[in-house]
Design a protein around this ligand. Sequence first.
Ligand SMILES: Cc1cc2nc3c(=O)[nH]c(=O)nc-3n(C[C@H](O)[C@H](O)[C@H](O)COP(=O)(O)O)c2cc1C
Length: 128
Amino acid sequence: MSDRTIGYIVGSISSTSINRRLAKALERLAPAGTTLVEIPIKDLPFYSPDHDADYPAVATEFKNAIDEVDGVIIVTPEYSRSIPGVLKNALDWAARPWGQGSFDGKPTAVIGTSQGGIATAAAQQHLT
Ligand SMILES: Cc1cc2nc3c(=O)[nH]c(=O)nc-3n(C[C@H](O)[C@H](O)[C@H](O)COP(=O)(O)O)c2cc1C
C-alpha cells in the first residue's frame, strides 16, 4: 500500500490537553506507511464572512494543510455537551469561502476523550 499522510486537528488549546495526549498516542500507533501530522488551529482569529474575499495568511495555511493530507482525524474534547468553540471556529474557516469547503470529499474521522461518563459522545455526534 502506498504511503499516506493523515492530518489531525486537536480541538483543545489547553497546555495540559488530554486530547493532545491522545493524538500523540495515535501518532505513535500509526501503521507503517502512515504518517500523522498536526494541523494547528490555535493561531486562527475568529472567523467572520468579512474575511471571505481576502483570507488572512494563517487561515489560508490552515486550509492548505487540509488540502495536502489524505485524510483528517479530529480529536475533540467535549465542552458543554458540544465541541469547544476553538474547534468550531476552525471548522468555520475550513468551510468557507462558499464553494471551497476544505472537507468536501476529504475522508475524516472523529475521536475524543474526556473524564465525563459519556466521554465525548455528544461532541463527536455534533461533528458527524
Ligand atoms: C468549559 C468546559 C465544559 C466542559 N464540558 C464537558 C462536557 O460537556 N462533557 C464532558 O465529558 N466533559 C466536559 N468538560 C471536561 C473536559 O472533558 C475536560 O476538561 C477535558 O480534559 C478537556 O479536554 P482537554 O484536556 O483535551 O482540553 C468541560 C470542560 C470545560 C473547561
